[in-house]
Structures are given as C-alpha cells and as structure tokens.
Design a protein around this ligand. Structure first.
Ligand code: C2E
Ligand code: CA
Ligand code: CA
Length: 735
C-alpha cells in the first residue's frame, strides 16, 4: 500500500514539477511580452522622433524658403532703391519679425569670404549683412543639408551664384571681393536652426508613459494569467497533493475533488479517488478479516470466546502450569432445563438467559481464569490454581454468578446450572480428557437435585464407559431376542377389577443380566434407538392386547422423541390395523416433559392420535414442570399420579395434600386419576378415600409376561364362574 502511495506521490510530484515549469514559462512569456512591448514602444519612439525631426526640418525648410525670398527681395530692393542698407534693414526686419513669431527657429544668412560687404546684425541671429550684392536673379540655392546637434536641428542651404554672372556694382570698393566669382559657385548659405527641446521633452514623457503603460498592462496580463493558472491548476494540484498526503497517512476521509474535469488534473483526481476507494476497500476487507477472525474465535450470541479458543487457551494454561506446583481446573457448566425455558418462554428468553449468564460469569473472572461458551447451554471455564482453597473460591464465585435471576418481559427466571470439575494433572494429563471428565461430573450434578457441583471421580468414568458399552449392546439387543415386554395390571380402586395393563419393556443383557428400563430407556432416547424399540414394544403390546378375550386397556409408554415424529400417528394406525386391536383399547402414556419439550409438535401429533380413537394418559403426573398447563392444553383421558407421592403418603403430609389437590383437579375436569406405585394397603386406603378411581402397583401385581396375564384372566374367569354358581345373598355375605 505504501509503495502505491509513494507512486501516486511521485506522480503528483511530476505534475508539481510541470506546474513549476508552467510558472517559469509564464514568467518567460511575461518577459517576452514586456520585451515585445518595449520594442514596439521604441519603434514608436523612433518613428515619432523621425516625425518630430521631419516636422522640424519642414519648419526649417519653410523658414529657409521665406529667408531666401526675403533675401532675394532685399537684394532686389537694394538694387532698385540703391540703398543697400534699407534693403538689408527690410531683410533684418523681416527676420526679426519671423524670429519674434517663431521663437524656436533662428535664421541667418552667411556669405562667403568673397562677399565681405555683408555685416553682422546681432539681433536677428547670426546674420551677416551684405553691403553689396549680386543681382537677385543671379542667386540660386541648392539642396539643404540638415544636422542634428543635441536638441537643435540646423538646415543649411547653399547659395550659389546664378547663371547671370555677377555684375560690378557702383561701389568699386565693395565689389572688389566679388571679382573672380564664377556662376554656379557657392558664395554663402541660408541657415535655419530649430530648437527641438520642447518636442523632445514631450516625446520623452510620452515614451515614459508609454513604457509605464506597457509594463503595467504586461504585469496585469501576467497577473491575470497567474490567477487563472492558480485557480485552474496550482490550487487543485495543491489540494490533490494534500489529499495524497492524507491518504499516505491513511486518513481515508481525504476529499478528492475535480474528478469530473476532463484534463490532466481530472485524470489525477480520478486516479487518486480510485486509489482512495481501493484503500477503503482494503481496509474494510482487513476489518472484515479481523471480524471473521474474531467470529472464528468467539460466540456470536454472548461475545464470549468459543470452544475453539477455550481449547487453545486451555492448552496454553496447561503448558504454563507444567513444571510448577500449580494445577489447572477444567470446569463445565450446563443450565438445567434450558430447553424448557426455550419452549415455555420463547427463544428470546433463552437467549437472554444465556447472555445474562455469560455476562455474570465474565464479571467474576480474574487473571489466570477463563470462561467460554462451548455451545448450546454449556459453558466452559478453567483456572490455574495453587491450592484447593483457591479453586473453591473460584467455583463459589461462578456459582454465585449463576444464581442471579434474569428478568425478561416482566417474567423473572431463575435458571439453575450444574457444574462439573476435573483437575489437571490429578485426573488426567490430556486436555481432551480433562474436558470429558468435567462433562461427566456435570452430568452427575444434573442428575442430582440438591448438589449442583460435582468433582470428577473415576467411577464416573466407569459409568460413562458402561453407558457407551450399553448403547452398543442395545443396538443389537432386539435382534438377539434380549428384549421382551412385561405387563403390569391397572385396577379399579373400588372393585379391584383389572381395567388394563401397562406394557413395560425389559432387557436381559447377556453379561449384566436384567437392566432396568430406567437405565436403558434414557440411553435409547439419547442414541435414537428408542424409535425402533418403541415401535416394537407398541406392536408387541397391541398384539398382546388383541389376543386377550377381556376388553382390557393396553397402556404403552411413548417417549418424547416418538411424539415429536409427525409420522407417529400413521405408525400407530398401521399397528392397530396390523394387530387388530381396537383403537379405544390402546392408551399411550406420555410424561409432561415429553409434551412440553416440543409443545406445538406434540399437540399436533397428539390430536391426530386422538382422532384415531386412541386414549392418552399423562404419566408421572406432579413431578413435571407445569402440570396445570399440560392438563389444560393437551387432550388427556387419564392422569397417573407419580409413585413418589404415593410412597410419601405415610411420612409426608404434603404428599397427601398434593394427591388430594390432583384428585380435586381431575374431578373438576372430569379426568379419571390413577395412583401409581401402590404397594401397601394403607396407601390404597388413602388414595381410594381421596377419590382415586384406578390404582397400579405391586399391591396388585408385579409386571408379568403374557402367559401370566392369561393365567390370571383364566383364574378370574374361573372365580367368576364359581361365584356365579353361588346365590347372590351368599356372595354378599362373603364380601
Ligand atoms: P413408568 O412408566 O412410571 O412405569 C412404571 C414403573 O414403576 C415400572 O418400572 C414399574 O415396574 C414400576 N412399579 C410399578 N409398581 C410399582 C410399585 O408398587 N413400587 C415400585 N417401586 N415400582 C413400581 P420399570 O418397569 O422399571 O420402568 C421404569 C420406567 O421405564 C417406566 O416408568 C417408564 O418410564 C420406562 N419404560 C418402561 N418401558 C418402557 C417403554 O417400553 N417405552 C418407554 N418409552 N419407556 C418405558
Ligand atoms: Ca408409564
Ligand atoms: Ca409412571
């Protein structure tokens, strides 16, 4: 970029040099103009000087003519009046008069040595008076010669003796000198002298003012030209240079005008502007790159570092702790029931919870500690610490930050988070393992209602290993006939009569033996195997139900994943057709959690299932999140009170109140209530007294296979048969 700038600067510099050249040329042009003006003026002056001289010589010539005629007249007069002096006097007078009128022309006549009779008359110039003269006719004048001497122009015309030849005059003495004069011989001269001083003075002042004027006009011309050049070229160039300098200093707000000019300046401006745009583009690209780099390392929602950066910085932290007595704690934090927050209050609320959680933790972070969003509702943190106390203090701080409530749209949420911790190098020396361990500890905390912070221990790792082993085995369990279905009775609370059976899946593991559905069903849900297993159980249960002569209800547990599948109603329909079970004899059991997890979808699917004529029961009622809402929203045919309430009947008054409340609610909504897990007579007595219409539990029977079910029915039928043979009165007595 720098080289491009310097190139542009060079370019501009070239143009600045050109501008300087233009300035110099302007100066030269000015000087030339002045010189031309001066030459023109001097030419004018020469011409006008010649004109002055010409006019002066004409004046002198006219004066000479006059002098000549006056002289000739004087000569003639002299001859006629025979008085030379008076003729001379006339000449003198005339010359006096002339000189009086024309001050600047002086006239005189000079006769040669041979005419000595002429006298000088001082007052009429240097006039020599002819005492005697030749005939006027004998005098002739030649071409005048002019001589400029300083400020005076003298015109001298020679006087020659005419053809008539000189004649002797009366005064022999006077004529002595004329003797020997030949015709055509120069014998004197008329002279006229003109004083050119005034003309020359006028001429000089004229020359001065002319020169001044021309200099003035030249300067004005140069000034105007310079001003024009300044406006047209110098100032734009200076502005462009300043703009380029600004660009070189990376000030991209540099304004580049003149782009629409068609000349060189326009070219520079356009080049500079495109250069500026490129710089802006480059800068925005680099800003974008920086932003992309930032995005690659940060989470968009919370602004926290992401998993990528977390891992890199954790590697650094482990490196920094190596060789010292310090350790590194890897922490995984997960918000409990986050999905519920999203489903119940909307994604906006979910986002707000994540942002608030992030910001709360971030504010507690100190030197040597790190927090990141790992994805979803999971956060990661680490700390380099020297003793357990430091770590405890750090974890307390995080827990306090997590305990803060979040208010969104007037709803205050108090999210609970589970924290798992693992220590380097105590638990592992590998970063990946450290995070896995913390994750396992976090899951342990999630499963616990009271303790929300767990330190990793080796058992957890064992557990995890067992879980992944079980998932692998579960995938092939059905193929190897390890799965089976057992059925547990549901009885009428009053009569004890069997109203239906609940199908419960069983897995007999070749190595571990019977594995509880409480363990393998969640694994099946996590791994997605539940769809396959669930379909199989449903088919088995329906087939079993259809095979029974008694019109019992067949209850089948359906998981959240199954109810979230829009194809599920079609599958149920198909199974009912295939097995021949009447839809009214099938009851699907769903937990509240399964329903609220994907409320809209569940509602949609459930309505379709209901439309088939299938019954719907809410399982584990009371331990869910929003029992009232579930009941009011979903089309429910039966409520199954969770067995934990029944187990607590004897010891907890609260459990009794809750059971009564549920029964009251069921009664008011017209929904029958079944009590699960009834093991003792007193429990039965209580629920029966409270108004429970159905019961299920070990008191009535353990889950059994189909054969046991049949045997039971056969037994009941047999009993009925024998009872039917006994008269009614006896039966009442026996009861
Ligand atoms: P659940 O649906 O609440 O099923 C009732 C559970 O309570 C059964 O445990 C049953 O054996 C047990 N039970 C019945 N009476 C008593 C009693 O008086 N006292 C006690 N302590 N327990 C009693 P099980 O068979 O171990 O099933 C556990 C859970 O596994 C079930 O709870 C159900 O949520 C799930 N499950 C079982 N089979 C399936 C299945 O095919 N599909 C799905 N999705 N879940 C299943
Ligand atoms: Ca159930
Ligand atoms: Ca249950």
């Amino acid at each position: 970029m720098q080289s491009a700038v310097s190139r542009t600067l060079d370019w501009i510099e070239t143009h600045v040099v050109r501008a300087s050249l233009a300035k110099a040329m302007l100066l030269v042009i000015g000087c030339t103009l002045v010189a031309i003006q001066a030459m023109a003026i001097s030419q004018d002056l020469i011409v006008s000087k010649a004109a002055i001289r010409d006019a002066a010589s004409k004046r002198a010539d006219a004066a000479l003519n006059m002098l000549e005629s006056v002289h000739t007249q004087a000569m003639t007069n002299r001859k006629m009046i025979a008085d030379g002096d008076s003729a001379i006097a006339t000449l003198n007078g005339t010359m006096d008069q002339f000189s009086g009128e024309s001050k600047d022309v002086k006239l005189w006549v000079v006769m040669g040595d041979k005419i000595v009779a002429f006298q000088k008359k001082q007052h009429a110039g240097e006039l020599e008076t002819a005492r005697d003269a030749v005939d006027a006719a004998t005098l002739s004048s030649g071409e005048p010669q002019s001589v400029l001497n300083g400020e005076t122009l003298r015109l001298t015309r020679p006087i020659k003796l005419g053809q008539g030849s000189a004649r002797m005059k009366s005064c022999a003495g006077c004529h002595e000198g004329l003797m020997g004069i030949n015709s055509g011989e120069v014998m004197g001269a008329y002279s006229a002298e003109v004083n050119l001083a005034p003309e020359q003075a006028v001429w000089a002042s004229q020359a001065r003012s002319e020169t001044a004027r021309s200099v003035f006009f030249t300067l004005v011309t140069i000034g105007i030209l310079f001003l024009m050049l300044r406006i047209v070229a110098f100032r734009p160039l200076a502005n462009l240079t300043a703009a380029t300098q600004k660009l070189a200093d990376e000030q991209l707000d540099a304004e580049v005008d003149y782009s629409d000019r068609p000349d060189e300046i326009g070219k520079i401006a356009r080049a500079l502007d495109s250069f500026r745009l490129k710089l802006i583009e480059k800068r925005s690209i680099s800003a974008e790159n920086n932003y992309n780099a930032y995005l690659a390392q940060h989470d968009g929602l919370t602004g926290l570092p992401n998993r990528l950066q977390f891992n890199a910085r954790l590697d650094d932290a482990i490196l920094a702790a190596q060789g010292s007595n310090r350790r590194v704690a890897g922490v995984i934090i997960d918000i409990d029931r986050f999905k519920y927050i999203n489903d119940r209050h909307g994604h906006e609320a979910g986002d707000a919870v994540l942002r608030a959680t992030a910001s709360n933790i971030l504010h507690t972070i100190r030197e040597g500690e790190f927090i990141a969003r790992m994805g979803g509702d999971e956060f990661g943190a680490w700390k380099i610490f020297a003793n357990d106390q430091e770590l405890e203090e750090f974890l307390d701080r995080i827990e306090t930050a997590l305990a803060a409530s979040v208010t969104i749209h007037a709803v205050t949420l108090k999210p609970i988070a589970s924290i798992g911790v693992s220590i380097w190098p105590d638990h592992t020396r590998r970063r990946e393992q450290l995070i896995n361990n913390a994750d396992l500890a976090m899951y342990r905390a999630k499963a616990d209602i009271r303790n929300k912070r767990f330190m990793f221990d080796v058992d957890m790792d064992e557990n995890a290993r067992r879980r992944s082993e079980l998932v692998e085995d579960l995938a092939v369990a059905r193929r190897y006939g390890q799965l089976s279905v057992q059925y547990q009775r549901q009885n009428n609370a009053e009569s004890g009569e069997v109203t239906g059976y609940e199908a419960l899946c069983r897995w007999t593991h070749p190595k571990h033996g019977a594995i509880s559905p409480c363990e393998f069903i969640p694994l099946a849900e996590e791994s997605g195997l539940i769809c396959d297993i669930g379909e199989w159980v449903l088919r088995e249960a329906c087939a079993t139900g259809a095979r029974q002569s008694a019109p019992i209800i067949m209850a089948v547990n359906v998981s959240a994943i199954q109810i979230g599948d829009v194809e599920f109603p079609r599958l149920v329909h198909q199974i009912l057709i295939d097995t021949g079970l009447a839809p009214s004899r099938l009851e699907i059991e769903l937990t509240e959690t399964a329903l609220v997890q994907n409320r809209d979808r569940a509602l949609h699917v459930l309505r379709q299932i209901k439309a088939l004529g299938v019954q719907v029961a809410i399982d584990d009622f009371g331990v869910g999140y929003s029992s009232l809402e579930t009941i009011s929203l979903f089309p429910v045919d039966k409520i199954k009170i969770d067995r934990s309430f029944i187990q607590d009947i004897e010891s907890h008054a609260k459990a009794q109140s809750l059971i009564r409340a549920i029964l009251l609610m069921g009664d008011s909504l017209g929904i029958p209530v079944l009590a699960e897990g009834v093991e003792t007579q007193s429990q039965l007595d209580f629920v029966r007294a409270a108004g429970c219409s159905q019961v299920q539990g070990y008191l009535f029977g353990l889950p059994c296979n189909e054969e046991d079910m049949r045997a039971y029915f056969a037994q009941v039928d047999a009993k009925r048969g024998s009872v039917a043979a006994v008269p009614r009165r006896v039966r009442r007595k026996a009861a």
